[in-house]
Design a binder for this molecule. Structure first.
Ligand code: UD1
Ligand code: CA
Length: 460
């Protein structure tokens, strides 16, 4: 027998009022990825057929998912979760076996839990994910009979005092038989405390139709927690980061304080690397072995090779740091920076589209933009590449073993050939040949017997 076909519906049309935001709730990021994108990524592992239900004014949601290969359904008015699923139904072919219902505001749900849910569901049956919450306030409660069989779900506001004491809650995640949904959703009514079409009522319909109703429970509360306000969002993000830190600690990485460690994307770190406190990692970051990352670094979209040292307060975005290179403190590596092995970039040095060959250095106060340096170059303090003429960017090229004296301005396009030398304080506007010295400054002259200006005491 072949596996049942599954379409996924992600409910994301809710108003999200409690976020108090102009941004739709599901577009708020959790650890750098929007909640909705996380749910889509998870859903994708189970089915290619994904329908996202949005409100008519949620153009931002549709454009955020423009490349996600999902289909959209519009719920004209937010009349409840049952109405939201009904809005998606015309988009789901009648020959699909099952519909997996997810919520766009439950961002950390795992694929493993959904696979368990699928495995627990009879082909014609219904199943749902439940959990026991220490504080179930606000959530739908699971009603079971004396034999432990599910009878239905009651929303907090419709629940009796006794029902409110039930701590088994509905996570809002269901697997439902497609063939029954037109009938069931057509029978929903608004006779409840919120005056909404409750999707939860379909569980009662399944019980009444004598269909098998199964549940799986998750004891990982973070993965089934829905986000209604910003406090819940940041708490879940903290939990997400703590878990990444735990995984890295297990893998042989020292995270000095997992509570002061932020990952907003994907991070991969090699053994014996040490990450000091208050670092933020965003986008895709790959860090090798035996690397040291000092306190207060922000590292985005970067590759850092084995043995590199990133000293405190360094900002890296879109750069590659070669093995055993030393960067910072207070350095800024911008997009297109590529440092070879054993390079050194010191304090208050900014690089952009700068490729440095092995062992090259810029130890203090410099700007290297659109620059290509060979191996073993030394760029003195205060040196800058004048790469921009107000219209276009121009390249600076250095060969191997070039020495640039302090406070030089290299007016691009310009080339400093192998082993050339630039005198401190030079303004270099044309090429310096191999093995030669470029001096681009006025010669010093001293004025003998020069008198200091005198202060006019009456003017004080
Ligand atoms: C719902 C469940 C509740 C469960 C809880 C878990 C119902 C009636 N109740 O309650 O049993 O414990 O989720 O988080 O289903 N949505 C729409 N259109 C609407 C209303 C909601 O698309 O008209 C979407 C929301 O964007 C959200 C999801 O449905 O992604 C859940 O809606 P929400 O209002 O948060 O439901 P709860 O009241 O929390
Ligand atoms: Ca909710």
């Amino acid at each position: 027998m072949s596996a049942p076909s599954v379409a996924v519906v992600i409910l994301a049309a809710g108003k999200g009022t409690r976020m108090r935001s102009n941004l739709p709730k599901v577009l708020h990021p959790l650890a750098g990825v929007t909640m909705l994108q996380r749910v889509v990524n998870t859903a994708r592992e189970l089915s290619d057929d994904i329908v996202v239900v949005t409100s008519p004014d949620a153009e931002a949601v549709r454009s955020a998912l423009a490349d996600a290969q999902v289909r959209f359904a519009t719920q004209a008015q937010q009349r409840g979760t049952g109405d939201a699923l009904a809005a998606a139904l015309p988009a789901i072919p009648a020959d699909v076996d099952q519909v997996l219902v997810l919520c766009g505001d439950v961002p950390l749900l795992s694929v493993a839990t959904l696979q368990r849910l699928c495995a627990a569901t009879a082909k014609e049956g219904v199943s749902l994910v439940t959990a026991r919450f220490p504080d179930p306030t606000g959530l739908g409660r699971i009603l079971r009979d004396g034999d432990g069989c599910i009878r239905g779900i009651v929303e907090e506001r419709d629940a009796s005092a006794a029902e409110r004491r039930i701590d088994e809650i509905n996570t809002g995640i269901y697997l439902l038989p497609r063939g029954r949904l037109d009938d069931w959703l057509g029978r929903l009514d608004v006779g409840n405390a919120q005056g909404e079409y409750y999707l939860t009522d379909v569980i009662r319909f399944a019980v009444e139709a004598d269909l098998p109703v199964a549940s799986i429970s998750s004891d990982d509360l973070a993965e089934v927690t829905g986000v209604n306000d910003r406090a819940q969002l940041v708490r879940l993000e903290r939990e997400f980061c703590r878990r990444v830190a735990d995984r890295l600690l297990q893998a042989g990485v020292t995270i000095m304080d997992p509570a002061r460690f932020d990952v907003r994307g994907d991070i991969d770190v090699g053994q014996d690397t040490l990450i000091d406190v208050n670092c933020v990692f965003a986008g895709k970051v790959v860090i090798g072995r035996d690397v040291q990352i000092g306190a207060h670094c922000v590292i985005e979209e970067a590759i850092i090779d084995d043995g590199a040292v990133i000293a405190p307060f360094t900002h890296i975005h879109g750069a590659h740091v070669g093995a055993a290179a030393r960067v910072g403190p207070f350095a800024r590596l911008r997009e297109g920076t590529d440092l070879g092995e054993h390079c050194r970039i010191g304090n208050f040095v900014e690089t952009k589209k700068a490729r440095l060959g092995a062992g090259s250095k810029a130890n203090h106060l410099a700007y290297l933009g659109d620059a290509t340096l060979g191996a073993g170059c030394n760029v003195g303090a205060g040196t800058i590449t004048c790469n921009y003429d107000g219209v276009a960017k121009h390249p600076t090229v250095m060969g191997d073993g070039v020495f640039v004296g302090s406070n030089s301005t290299l007016v691009a396009p310009v080339t400093l050939a192998d082993r050339s030398y630039v005198a401190a304080g030079s303004t270099i506007t044309s090429a310096v040949p191999v093995d030669s010295l470029g001096v681009g400054r006025a010669r010093q002259r001293n004025i003998d017997g020069w008198k200091r200006p005198k202060k006019d005491s009456a003017a004080d």
